[in-house]
Design a protein. Structure first.
Length: 68
């Protein structure tokens, strides 16, 4: 029962994170964040998010590279 709850929480957090990423990829949201945070902070956060995405996707990319 605890494992089911833990999986449900992880799935919910993943869904919320996915939706947040989709919203933040829109041009309007990026312009608002750029205005609020300033150029340097916005670009630093953007670089860290891209790096995190690369780190999460490397196992999938590695397996794809091995497949014929």
């Amino acid at each position: 029962m605890k494992k089911a709850k833990k999986l449900l929480v992880i799935a919910c957090l993943g869904g919320v994170g996915y939706l947040l990423a989709k919203v933040l990829k829109t041009d309007a949201a990026q312009e608002k964040l750029f205005e609020i945070l300033g150029e340097d902070l916005f670009l630093a956060i953007l670089d860290k998010v891209r790096l995190l995405g690369d780190l999460l996707m490397w196992p999938i990319d590695f397996v794809r590279a091995l497949l014929p």
